[in-house]
Ligand binder design. Structure first.
Ligand code: PMV
Length: 342
């Protein structure tokens, strides 16, 4: 040994039996829950929180070490494959079935930097990365509409009933307006940054979606009123976002937070973080994602994001992320409009 670091040959020799796929987190600006019942919603991708998937043919007995949260593997397509039903696994099985490869033994390893159960789309992002990895493994080109559909197959398992907003946003490269099953790019024209704050409390999307459905079903007339209110609010807020009316967008976020609280998905920790963001000068703040824990999203005038972030941390946020207006304006590629069949 001459003290030189030993290079791992496996890391440098390309392995044709391996496929790789990527995706990323998302955040919903407006419209979570009501989107399940037909309203529009606005969401944006979070490329700073990525997921990487690696797919290999066959069933392997590789030890990936202790599975830290977000780092896991699953196998499909053969006797002995692990039987846990998860969104990514369902999406991969459906992909293989559609490609005439049902029953093929494949192992997928996921490395997910997205905190789980925090309303940041980890299940959809893991499914998207997994399907891309398996497509890469078999040399398949998957068009955006088919990829969306496959992620949605997994999301129906993860959410109970999924609107498609998460699948649309984790596959998008810029902010989207999701309306009547179609995801379209929307301009982020407000002069403000977004600060995300994690309450540290995991929330179950399935439980939250089921709770809102029960609440709406209890009084259909009141529910119609709430959903009409949400629809009008999101539609005008999307116009505010695209036209650069920052204060109006912040007010709409706050009003939507009130509606989400009426629907039973806010919590004392969320309320506390919303208050802290407003006290620090944010234009608006609300929960993002399914709620019952998870994250809060605050709209802060450019330059004031650090003060809002510090206030959120003092109020108990376990971690924060800032998404600048600039990064949301420079969407690298246009998002193809896609018809959504959920
Ligand atoms: O918390 P998440 O990332 O699972 O977001 C769910 C968004 C909902 O509107 C609550 C559900 C859906 O399918 O639209």
């Amino acid at each position: 040994m001459n003290g030189q670091p030993v290079r791992d040959r496996r890391a440098t020799v390309p392995d044709p039996a391996v496929g790789v796929g990527h995706s990323h987190a998302k955040a919903i600006l407006l419209g979570e829950h009501t989107v399940v019942h037909g309203t529009p919603a606005v969401a944006f991708p979070l490329p700073a929180l990525p997921v990487r998937a690696i797919a290999r043919r066959g069933l392997h007995d590789t030890d990936f070490g202790p599975g830290a949260a977000g780092h896991f593997r699953f196998s499909v397509g053969a006797v002995g494959a692990d039987g846990t039903e998860s969104g990514p696994r369902v999406a991969v099985e459906e992909a293989l079935r559609r490609w005439g490869l049902g029953g093929e033994p494949v192992e997928v390893r996921i490395d997910c930097d997205i905190p789980l159960a925090r309303g940041l789309g980890s299940s959809a992002a893991c499914a998207g990365a997994a399907v891309r990895a398996v497509a890469d493994l078999y040399g398949r080109i998957v068009d955006p509409g088919s990829l969306y559909e496959l992620v949605q197959c997994g999301e129906q398992v993860a959410h109970g009933r999924a609107s498609g907003i998460d699948a649309g946003a984790v596959l998008a490269s810029g902010p989207i307006l999701f309306e009547r099953g179609i995801a379209r790019p929307i301009a982020f024209a407000v002069d403000a940054d977004l600060v995300l704050a994690d309450t540290g409390v995991p929330g179950s999307t399935q439980q939250a979606v089921a709770g809102v459905r029960r609440r709406l079903a209890r009084d259909p007339r009141a529910a119609r009123g709430q959903l009409d209110r949400a629809d009008a609010l999101i539609t005008s807020a999307a116009a505010d976002l695209a036209a650069g009316r920052t204060a109006a967008l912040g007010a709409a976020m706050l009003e939507f937070q009130g509606l989400l609280a009426e629907l039973g998905v806010s919590t004392p920790q969320i309320d506390e973080l919303v208050r802290a963001a407003l006290d620090a000068g944010a234009f608006g703040a609300k929960l993002t994602g399914a709620g019952l824990g998870g994250c809060v999203l605050a709209l802060a005038a450019t330059g004031t994001a650090p003060a809002v972030r510090d206030a959120l941390r003092r109020a108990g946020a376990v971690r924060t992320w800032t998404v600048t207006a600039q990064s949301l304006r420079s969407s690298p590629t246009p998002i193809p409009e896609r018809e959504i069949t959920s």
